[in-house]
Design a protein around this ligand. Structure first.
Ligand code: LLP
Length: 432
């Protein structure tokens, strides 16, 4: 069990979280290595180990650090990156280039050049312009580049609008418009330095319903058939994206991977058999589901304020700068006092962040034991899109990250210092 309680303290993968807070300071992200490995094993069992000719590419935007990418590499997964910075981190982690896929709706010349120089396995092309750019760079470098087209499947996913990506009006992907799509495909087939492999879609994130994936897969498969009929070209690969939802609150529904993947593969195989197509390689791109529940955040409670008849606020030494999700998506979190983990609840408290922003509230009206300044508050399920979306707003420092495993801990990202925070700033005294 990743989570347990010993001497009233919350334990995470065998480590005392209160001792971790003391050793490394707060705010602190703590990731259970065993939990990440378990997720990797679960998804492999439901996908790559069950169906031949499949791949899993971890979407590194969820949480990308050298240590994390080393773990993903060790687990045998591939990697999805969406920027030069994510690619650079992968290179620094020695992630094998052939196992990297490069997504993104506005890749720069510099990013595409870096990707080609490193030799990434796939570029997921997001628009017509990118094909010309890629052909030009590939020709200059005398390289062949394997690509997929990200399509806009025109399906609406059942999730928050801000993390829905497959609808028709979207900045992502190539529209299914006759006049745009077909010339784009033909161009890719004809481009001498481009090897067109197939299609990619991503319908949205934090999904507990498989309908959007299934609808989009049907559209992608229809395209595979149409490409064969219209262009006499066999699509070899399809990427069905990520989006598998996780549990933030105990009441959240987390579907097993098989809930999404079994019907997706059944649909795919049935379609290919019915139309005498060789089933393409199928790739998926999970981010959140691999790391969200493995990670917790630790904060120290500072100021406590009682507004008579209204609410009691306890402020932590971080907040929206290390977890923007409540402020951005009205995401709900829960947590507990790590140093009073099994004490009875005595009061209802709202945990607020430190930033000068009214929306910087982590959890509202949470039942807790008596809250005191100096208590350690642990928030669950902050492993995905927490550290990766952290900011220096109000010039708060980016927290440290610790990996824990069977009672051992290792620092994997050092806390940012004030000095590091201003290291790129230059004096303007001579100019103003
Ligand atoms: N592939 C593509 C092309 C994507 O755009 C995304 C997420 C993923 C894979 C991974 O999706 P996941 O399995 O993590 O759901 N910051 C937001 C999430 C934005 C996701 C954007 N794309 C949040 O904190 O909820």
């Amino acid at each position: 069990m990743t989570k347990s309680v010993q001497n009233h303290h919350l334990m995470w993968d065998g480590c005392d979280t209160v001792a971790l807070a003391k050793k490394y300071g707060t705010p602190l992200y703590v990731f259970s290595v065993n939990e990440i490995v378990k997720e990797c094993q679960n998804i492999k069992a439901a996908f790559t180990e069950k169906y031949p000719n499949t791949r899993i590419a971890y979407a590194s935007k969820a949480f990308s650090t050298i240590a994390m990418l080393q773990l993903i590499e060790k687990e045998g997964l591939c990697l999805d990156v969406v920027s030069g910075g994510e690619l650079y981190t992968a290179i620094a982690a020695n992630f094998p280039a052939e196992r990297i896929e490069f997504n993104g709706n506005n890749k720069s010349i510099e990013e595409l050049t870096l990707a080609l120089e490193y030799g990434v396995g796939r570029i997921i092309v997001d628009g017509l312009q990118e094909i010309d750019l890629l052909q030009k760079i590939a020709q200059e470098k005398n390289k062949q580049v394997k690509i997929l087209f990200r399509i806009t499947p025109e399906v609406k996913a059942a999730t928050h609008d801000f993390i829905s990506t497959g609808q028709k009006d979207s900045k992502f992907g190539i529209p299914l418009d006759e006049e745009i799509l077909w010339p784009t495909i033909q161009k890719a087939i004809d481009a001498p330095n481009i090897h067109f492999l197939g299609f990619h879609f991503h319908v949205g994130s934090q999904l507990a319903d498989n309908a959007a994936h299934l609808a989009a897969a049907k559209i992608a498969l229809d395209l595979v058939l149409a490409v064969k009929e219209r262009c006499h070209y066999e699509v070899q690969e399809l990427n069905y994206g990520g989006g598998f939802g996780v549990k933030y609150l105990p009441s959240d529904l987390r579907q097993p991977y098989s809930y999404f993947l079994t019907p997706l593969m059944e649909l795919t195989e049935a379609f290919c058999t019915a139309h005498q197509l060789t089933r393409p390689t199928i790739v998926i791109e999970p981010g959140r589901s691999i790391v969200a529940e493995a990670g917790i955040s630790l904060h120290t409670i500072g100021a406590i304020k009682e507004l008579p008849g209204i609410r009691k606020y306890a402020s932590i030494d971080g907040g929206m700068t290390d977890n923007i999700r409540p402020g951005l998506y009205q995401a709900k979190y829960t947590g507990l006092l790590a140093n009073k983990a099994d004490l009875p609840n005595e009061e209802v408290v709202t945990i607020s962040g430190k930033a000068c922003e009214s929306t910087d509230i982590l959890t509202k009206d949470l039942a807790l034991p008596k809250v005191q300044t100096g208590d350690i508050f642990a928030t669950f399920s902050t492993g995905a899109y927490g550290y990766s979306m952290a900011s220096n707003y109000n010039k708060l420092a980016i927290p440290a990250v610790v990996f824990v495993k069977d009672g051992q801990d290792a620092l994997v990202v050092k806390r940012q210092s004030y000095e590091q925070m201003i290291q790129n700033e230059c004096s303007a005294l001579a100019f103003i």
